[in-house]
Structure formats: structure tokens, C-alpha cells
Design a protein around this ligand. Sequence first.
Ligand SMILES: Nc1ncnc2c1ncn2[C@@H]1O[C@H](COP(=O)(O)OP(=O)(O)OP(=O)(O)O)[C@@H](O)[C@H]1O
Ligand SMILES: [Mg+2]
Length: 451
Amino acid sequence: MMKILDQIEEASPAISYAGLIERIEILRSTLRWSSRLERADIDKLLRQATSLRDEVMQLSHKERFVQAATAGEPQTSAEQSRGARRKALLERSFIFEGTFGDNPRLLESLEIAEKAAPTDLPVLIDGESGTGKELMAKVIHANGARADKPFISVNCGAIPDNLLESELFGHRKGAFTGASSDRKGKFESAHTGTIFLDEIGELPLAGQVKLLRVLEAHEIQRVGSDETIAVDTRIVAATNRNLRKLSEEGRFREDLFYRLSVIHVTLPPLRERRDEIPLLIAWFCDEAAGTLKRRPVRLTPRLRDFLLSYAYPGNIRELRNVMYRISCLAADMADIEHLPLDMRPAAPGSTAAQAEGGQASGEQPISVANLMSLSDAKRAASDDAEKAFLERGLREVSGTVAELARRIDMNRSHLQMLLKKHGLHSKDFRNRNAPPTKNGANERDEEDDEG
Ligand SMILES: Nc1ncnc2c1ncn2[C@@H]1O[C@H](COP(=O)(O)OP(=O)(O)OP(=O)(O)O)[C@@H](O)[C@H]1O
Ligand SMILES: [Mg+2]
């Protein structure tokens, strides 16, 4: 086993699994909507592309395993069942558009997206900055019947109020000073496709009224024109504000809120899916290596520790940017000094560092200001402990939930709920004694059993 892994490491110049997977994804989405092939051929080719993608994922996983030796985390059963959930999505030809990660909450969002995609229902995506809202909007578009039609993105927060209507609905020549010719608006451009209304919370009230009308009548009027034009656009909106609260404060129309949020997806901040950070580090490391045509950068243990415990106010975007930055700046091995200044732990000698004290070595203590809030840290630790306890218990009873419930004196349905919360599947704890095969085929068979 180690031999195979060693070879992989030796032979890994700047090949980027992320890049390969992305190309396979493009192939899959092109195939899926191909109009020149028979359905049966499409399905066959899709199955082949899917298994190719899966193999590349497995390979990338193995390599990561070696590189992440410092973290030394064995693959737990819970991870296998997440893998199974992700795999199930893949087998149903789900297009990820590069969305990475397998945190139960993210998987849940993807599963909602999968169900919402083929419908024309409006979707509202909310979440903090950098949590992947735009990416999720693309996922919804790519998995729907409009995938080969336009995806038009509008940033509602970036358009001056007086141009908003013309931007969205277009205008007639001479409608206002500067309107030197007829112009199509975003809604018309998105006809038959999807319009992505980003930062919808910034839309002024006047614009909200107009948008509501389009949602109700499915038609628009260009500024300065009486003619109504029918538009068939699927609406996906995103915001990092709390629209419900804004509507309570009278700053966002409640009726519009309800119209937009038929399907509501909330993306969790990265600090609430910390279990995904190692995976994302590896993923962006690969991706950056591919883009920068270099070997994936390696991280010193203290940098890795820092990256694993940092609070990421800028969420996945911040993590991605930092991985690109260190991949660009570091030679073979990246360390704290390659981090941007404002992210770096407090410098030694600063008052904050002295207050922490106790660390005589060159180690720089991480300023608490850069870490998770105390309550987040407590909750995360308590979650981790709870999960470890349950895993241990399930192992002990070989996955018999009723038996575990009895042993720990807990109501069975409560136990089931906790298992679900942590994405643990009792099935994964059965037959632990079966001898594993060289290439991990055993794991895969078990996953298949889950159907
Ligand atoms: N799960 C994910 N896997 C891989 N990349 C991701 C994921 N989520 C987000 N990203 C990447 O992080 C960056 C930010 O994502 P995105 O632009 O979708 O966030 P956003 O929520 O729209 O942010 P903002 O509120 O600031 O507009 C993008 O480069 C995106 O590709
Ligand atoms: Mg965005």
C-alpha cells in the first residue's frame, strides 16, 4: 500500500486532480444535454464519465492521505457514508460545478438543489459572504432543464438606483438622456434560462415592486415603452442579509420575500463546517498548483494548525484566496510568514503575544482575535466529542442501534436523531472485521449496499 502511495507522490508533478475533475465535469454536463446522441448512448457515456470521475476522486483522496500525514486522521466510517451520499448524487448524474466538500449540511443543500433544479420554482440562497451562494446558483442552473440556456447574473447592489430599471428590463431609444439606442435588459437576456439576482437585499423598494410584477405576470416593459414582452426566466436570488428581518423592518417587501423563497437554501459559514477545512485545503492546494503550474505546496504543521483553527470571516473565498496566495509565494513548504498580514497570528513581542505567554520557542501563539468565538469553539468541541462517543459506541455494538441505545440508556429515536445530525450510518459499522482489500474495493462495496 505504502509503495503505491509513494509512487503516486513521486510521480506527482503539477498534475491537478481538481483540474482533471473539472474537465470531467464539463464533459458530463455537455454530454447530459447533448442533442445529437441517443438517450441510451448518453446514459452509457455518462456512466463511464462518472466512474472516471470517481476514480480520479479516489486517487486524489489517496494522495491527500499521504500529504495530510501530519493531520493523521484515519478515514472514519462517517466519512464513508458522506462519501456514499456524494457518490449517490454523482450516480444520479448530479453536476457539482466544482462544489467541493461533504459536510452533512452542505450535502443537504446540494440534495435540495438537486430536487429544486428541474423545477421552475424560485430559489433563495442565503449565507455569509464567501459561502458559495453564486456557486450554488450555478449548480441549480446546471442541473435543470435550462442548463444549455443562458445564466444571467445581476448584482442588485452594484447598480445605481436610476439605472436599475433599464438594466433589468431594458429601454427604448430616447427613453432618457443617454439612451441612444434600444437596449435589452437582463430579464430578456435570460429568457428561457435563469436570472441570478445577487445581493437581492440591496434592491431598493421601487425595484422590489417592479420585480414583484415580473414574478406575477411573467412579462416586462422596457423603460419608455408600452409594449409588454413575455419573459420565461427562472429566478434564483442570493443575499447575505436576513431578508425576513429586513422585511419585518419594512426594508424588504414581505410579499416579494415569500415569492422568492419558495425554496430556501441557507449555506453554513465555514466555521460551522470546520470538518471540511482539511478537504478544502487539499482541494484548493491542488487547484492552485494546477493554475500556477507547480507542485502542490506543502504546509508546515504550525501553518496547518493555524489554518484548521482560524475563524474565516470571509469563509470559503478567504480560504481559497489564502491557498492561492501561499501556493504563489512559498517555495516547497509554506509557513505562517506566507499568510497575509491581517490574517497572521499576533507577532511575538506584541502585547497580545506576551499576554498569551508561556511559549518560549519560536512558535507564534495564535491571537484569540483570529480564532473562532469562544461559544463557537465550545460548540465545535462538544460536537466533536459527541460524534467520537457515538462512533465508538457504534463500533462496540457493530452498528446495532437498539443495542447501543440500551447500553448508553438513551431513547432510541433520540439516538437516531443524533446519528443523523453527525451523518453517521449504523450500516458502516457492520462487518468491520471483513479483511480490507488492497485497493479499497471493500469500502466501495459497502457503500453500494446502501443503495
Ligand atoms: N463548496 C465549495 N467548493 C469549492 N469552492 C467553493 C465552495 N464554496 C465556495 N467556493 C468558492 O469560493 C469562492 C466564493 O464563492 P461564491 O462567490 O459563490 O460566494 P458568495 O456566497 O456568492 O459570496 P459573496 O456573498 O461575497 O458574493 C468562489 O471562488 C467559489 O468557487
Ligand atoms: Mg456572490
